[in-house]
Write a new protein. Structure first.
Length: 428
């Protein structure tokens, strides 16, 4: 009379495997499970259906996540004068459902195939998550629900920002199903994505000088790698009379913006690491994902910003790590305004690379703007100019103004008179 199929399952008595069958039906097209019928369809019946019904309801409520009970109906019925339990399961709306003690792993997630319930692969679990939550990685349900937030909580408190269950929901670290999202995973101490730093001797990858890998919360990774890069950001000194000028290889704000760009805008659906490569003449930042679909490099140079991870960007903005959207590339370009070598922005399918030239390996460009002309015109009118007056006139920082005046001297356009605080420059 009865037979098991895609939508029907029999159990002679209550067993814990019932949870697995319910999960499989909820993750697929729904179905009906009978307790009191043998595998071959013979009706056996139950002596204590009320107890079994309560036992089953408790097991499903406590043993399956997310809550599957809204999609389950448990009733008793009479078949051939024998009492059996009928469990009707509808397709759930919060897939994938899984065993609470196993988590979102192949050992805890099942689907219905033919007349049996079978475990699924990690890729199939991700596909179920995408089907339920859409294709935005950060809003998807985290496959790891055993998360801690020591680093994230510390960083929020350092900025006098409240952090608790309500904030986790507001910031989208907890989804509507009450479970942690992938955004929570990225900010947790268990973040599965890493940042890799490699330091090379010379200008190619022939010889490694150092390599490190940073893990943990993205906020911890950001701090750790910034401090490490700072160690390799050498300082070079130049003497002008009694005054010494210190020049670092890389502008700190440019490094900061490059790192934030790598972390906030990369595609975390890729499992690979973000890469930072340091050479003698440059530093490269390589992140996965490329530009957001529909965005061009021309638009990026114009200051257009379309974040791939809107909620992550919003948290960084709240923490004042990001001042505003679309300003990072402009800041980097302005830092190199007066240098002959410029930052290079490259986008390819699946990857984005930003290259910052070593400022002490390049020269001030006299022809990148009208700074030289401004100085010459000023000298014709006033006879002499100081470094401080050059800064005010051109808008250059101290180091850039000093280097520009020095190069103009080397080109015999101007010459130095006086020493120390009385140092002036006049037309040669």
């Amino acid at each position: 009379m009865f037979s098991e199929n895609m939508n029907t399952e029999f159990k002679e008595v209550y067993v814990s495997d019932i949870k697995k069958e319910v999960i499989a039906f909820a993750n697929t097209e729904g179905g009906t499970l009978y307790i009191g019928i043998s595998d071959n369809g013979k009706i056996i019946g139950l002596d204590n259906p009320d107890f079994v019904m309560q036992q089953t309801a408790n097991a499903l409520k406590d043993g399956i996540k997310p809550d599957v009970m809204p999609f389950v109906k448990i009733t008793d019925m009479i078949l051939e004068d024998k009492k059996v339990i009928k469990i009707e399961i509808s397709t759930g709306t919060n897939k994938p459902y899984y065993l609470s003690d196993k988590g979102l792993k192949p050992s805890g997630v099942f689907v219905r195939k033919g007349s049996s319930s079978q475990p699924v692969s990690d890729d199939a679990i991700r596909e179920l998550i995408i089907q339920t939550n859409g294709k935005t990685y950060e809003t998807g349900r985290s496959m790891n629900q055993e998360l801690s937030f020591v680093s994230f909580t510390e960083k929020m408190k350092e900025r006098n920002l409240d952090i608790g269950v309500s904030q986790f929901r507001t910031l989208h670290l907890i989804g509507e199903d009450g479970l942690y999202t992938n955004l929570a995973l990225l900010l947790s101490d268990q973040c599965e994505h890493t940042l890799k730093l490699a330091v090379f001797q010379g200008t190619d990858k022939a010889v490694f000088r150092d390599r490190k890998e940073f893990s943990g919360s993205l906020l911890k990774q950001l701090d750790d790698i910034f401090m490490t890069i700072d160690i390799y950001n050498k300082t070079h000194s130049s003497i002008n009379g009694l005054y010494r000028t210190d020049n670092r290889d890389y502008d700190e704000e440019s490094l900061r913006e490059a790192l934030l760009n790598c972390i906030v805008h990369r595609d975390y659906s890729f499992s690979g690491s973000t890469l930072v490569n340091i050479y003698d003449d440059r530093i490269e930042f390589v992140s996965l994902g490329g530009l957001v679909k529909g965005l061009t490099m021309e638009a990026v140079y114009m200051g257009v910003s379309q974040s791939r991870n809107m909620n992550l960007a919003a948290i960084f903005y709240r923490m004042k790590l990001i001042e505003s959207y679309g300003t990072g590339i402009g800041k980097i370009c302005r830092a190199y305004k007066n240098f002959s070598s410029k930052p290079i922005f490259e986008s390819a399918d699946g990857a984005f690379r930003l290259t910052l030239p070593n400022m002490n390996e390049t020269t001030i460009s006299l022809f990148s703007d009208d700074s030289t002309s401004l100085i010459i015109d000023y000298l014709k009118r006033n006879g002499s100019i100081s470094r401080f007056e050059t800064e005010k006139l051109t808008g250059l920082k101290t180091t850039a103004a000093h280097n520009l005046l020095k190069e103009m001297c080397e080109k015999n356009q101007i010459k130095v008179i006086g020493k120390g605080k009385t140092t002036k420059y006049i037309i040669n």
